[in-house]
Design a protein around this ligand. Structure first.
Ligand SMILES: [Zn+2]
Length: 217
């Protein structure tokens, strides 16, 4: 396969970082190297990839804390969403595209968990990266009811606009498996099964109780 893909456990709170690349072009990008920038850069070198971009799904420390080291090791451009608190070389907007070799990653601005939150979809590869917006079996935490409403809208947008067969690669390993698909989450994730935003907000409020009643960890 020409598309290089690695999901890498980087430490922290079961954080995931990702390496994507074009084998033939020898170009690649990192997503959220966070606690293990050296490890991700080592994987890129092993795969023969020069890293052009270090991408953040959002600016929370546990996703952005490896940016400077990854940049120092690769010379890559550090990119994140609008309002990202860190040191960015490039601010990405909804609808932007990042090319690595023959592949294109499309940027989605999906606020809620955090105002700068982005999701990435590699076009033609059915690979979607949802950071802390959407996990396997749950969704990202939100600080206020308004953020919860914003998150609901972002989730509905992904469900509408991403192909159902898209593999979901989250920012943390919080679920029963380290990846899923949009279709599988749509029929099994309790937050995506909510009929409307009010039910979604009620489930967020009652998540501890819901887990206890359903035997979830
Ligand atoms: Zn976060």
């Amino acid at each position: 396969m020409r598309f290089v893909f690695e999901q890498i456990r980087v430490g922290g709170d079961r954080n995931f970082g990702y390496l994507l690349g074009d084998r033939e072009a020898g170009a690649g990008v990192l997503i959220d190297p966070s606690y293990a920038p050296e490890l991700l850069v080592e994987r890129a070198r092993a795969q023969g990839l020069a890293i052009t971009h270090v991408l953040n799904t959002h600016g929370h420390e546990d996703h952005a804390n490896g940016n400077a080291a990854a940049k120092a090791l690769t010379g890559a451009v550090v990119a994140g969403g609008p309002g990202h608190a860190g040191d960015l070389d490039l601010t990405l907007q909804d609808g932007d595209h990042i090319a690595f070799g023959a592949f294109t990653l499309r940027v989605w601005h999906v606020p809620g968990h955090y105002h700068d939150h982005l999701a990435f979809l590699v076009e033609g590869q059915d690979a979607g990266f949802t950071g802390d917006l959407l996990f396997v079996g749950k969704v990202g935490g939100t600080a206020t009811e308004a953020d919860g409403r914003t998150e609901w809208a972002s989730l509905q947008r992904l469900l509408r606009e991403w192909p159902p067969q898209t593999t979901l690669w989250p920012g943390h390993d919080y679920g029963a498996r380290p990846s899923s698909t949009i279709a599988l989450e749509r029929r099994s994730n309790p937050f995506l099964l909510c009929a409307d935003v009010e039910a979604f907000l009620r489930l967020k409020q009652d998540w501890a109780g819901f887990k206890a009643r359903h035997g979830l960890r």
